[in-house]
Every structure is written in C-alpha cells, then in structure tokens.
Write a protein that binds this ligand. Structure first.
Ligand code: CTP
Ligand code: MG
Length: 235
C-alpha cells in the first residue's frame, strides 16, 4: 500500500492579516508550507506529497520546493488551488496518480504536526477505518448561539454541548482513497473538513489522539506560538 499526502495551501490567510499568502509566510526563516511538507515527508510511509498552491503562485511554490531538500523516498507535485478549501483538496485529488490507496489531507496551516501523529493516522487507516481524524479534547466550554446579524451584538445562547464528548479536530486526516474520492464527487454544500464529507456518506469516521503542536496557524498570535515551538525544537 502506498500513501500520498495532499496539502491544501491555496488560502490567502485573511485572519492572519495583510501580507503574503499564509502558506508562504515564514516561520523562523522557512515558509510555513515547507515546514508542513517536511512534516508529511517525515513519515516513512508517505512517498508522494501533492501541494495545492495559490492559483497564481504555482511556479513560485515549485521553485520553493526545489530549493528545500526532501527525503529521497518522497516525490512532490504542485497543482493550482480553487476558491474554497474543498475545491483545493479536490484539485489535489484529481492529480493523484494510480497506486496510492491511502490519502492524507493536511493543512499547510498546521506546519508543526509531529510525525508520531501522522503515523498514528496512517496506522488507523491501514487497520481498516475508511476515515481517521486526529483530535484533542477542548479546554474551553462551547456554546451554540443564534448568530447576530451585526458584529459585536449580543447573541442568544441556544445550547451548551457536554464538553467531555467534544473534540477539536486537526489534520492530517487519513482516508481510503476510494472513500475520499467518492465523498468529493458526491457531497455538496459547505464543509470545514474532509471527514465530515465522509460522515455524510454514512461511513464510519474515527478519532485518534491529536497533538498540541498540530494547532492551526490562523491568527497573528499563532505565529508567535509556532515560532516558540520551533525555537524549542532548535529549528
Ligand atoms: N485553503 C486552500 N484553498 C482555499 C482556502 C484554504 O487550499 N481556497 C487551505 C489553506 O491554505 C490552509 C487550509 O486550507 O492551509 C486551512 O484553511 P485556513 O486555515 O482557513 O486558511 P486560509 O483560508 O488561508 O485562512 P483564512 O480563512 O483566514 O483566509
Ligand atoms: Mg479559510
């Protein structure tokens, strides 16, 4: 069995503020995308990485990947992304050559995921789960609200789900190739992760333990945390 990783990296990073597309922003001198690609290539099981680049940034991303050495066992492809994360992942899947029966989907915005987490996801897929997501228990209590129309207006609380049953999900999410392809071909409507598309097919999705360092770089404070984690690792 061969495993490929699709890395959606085509987002602009609006919540991070003005600047280069998020995946190309530097963390301790190295673009976030390169950290994310290395995190996937660190797994001995991953032999192909497909980077989904900002539509106008494909040549730049190719140049970047050529300039940063990957393990010899790891090939890479670069394809242009789409308007939404979902479209970008689809673009990556469309470029997947035959022979890869396990697919990971990993956000470029989670550059620091440890290899043990990647391997745990792959192992659970190999053990037969069609879809596997790494996730952590929540620190905060979560409220469901009736969203207000005006920003900042008070929002009525609808419910408080039992925190102990909730998980915050991360990436890489791992899939049997056929399952993920079918999900992307048949599920329509807004989703925020790939596993939820598989849930809509009625197939079993399982959670394995995630890792604190697999957090998503979303807002400016996350850049501070990411650089501190890298400094602790001396990278
Ligand atoms: N992504 C993508 N194509 C899009 C939108 C997002 O490939 N059209 C990718 C991002 O590059 C990122 C991942 O999906 O690696 C998770 O998305 P998110 O953290 O929301 O990143 P952005 O969409 O870039 O950020 P924002 O929502 O703040 O603009
Ligand atoms: Mg986004």
């Amino acid at each position: 069995t061969r495993t490929a990783a699709v890395i959606p990296a085509a987002g602009r990073g609006v919540r991070l503020g003005p600047g280069a597309p998020k995946a190309l922003r530097a963390l301790n001198g190295t673009p976030m995308l390169i950290h994310a690609v290395r995190a996937m290539a660190a797994s001995r099981a991953v032999s192909l990485v497909i980077v989904v680049a900002p539509p106008d940034g494909t040549p730049e991303v190719k140049t970047l990947l050529d300039a940063h050495a990957l393990p010899e066992r790891t090939d890479f492809l670069v394809v242009p992304g789409g308007e939404s994360r979902q479209e970008s992942v689809k673009q990556g899947l469309d470029a997947l050559p035959p022979g890869y029966d396990i697919v990971l989907v990993h956000d470029a915005a989670r550059p620091l995921v440890p290899v043990d987490t990647v391997d745990a996801v792959i192992e659970a897929v190999r053990d037969g789960a069609p879809a596997v997501v790494p996730a952590l228990p929540l620190a905060d209590t979560v409220k469901e609200v009736e969203p207000a129309d005006a920003p900042g207006a008070p929002e009525p609380v609808v419910a408080t789900p039992e925190r102990a049953r909730l998980r915050a999900v991360q990436t890489p999410q791992g899939f049997h190739r056929e399952t993920l392809v079918r999900a992307h071909e048949t599920v329509t409507g807004e989703v925020t992760d790939d596993a939820s598309m598989v849930e809509r097919l009625g197939l079993g999705v399982v959670v394995v333990p995630g890792h604190e360092e697999a957090f998503k770089v979303t807002r400016p404070l996350d850049l501070v945390l990411a650089e501190a984690v890298l400094a602790r690792r001396r990278l």
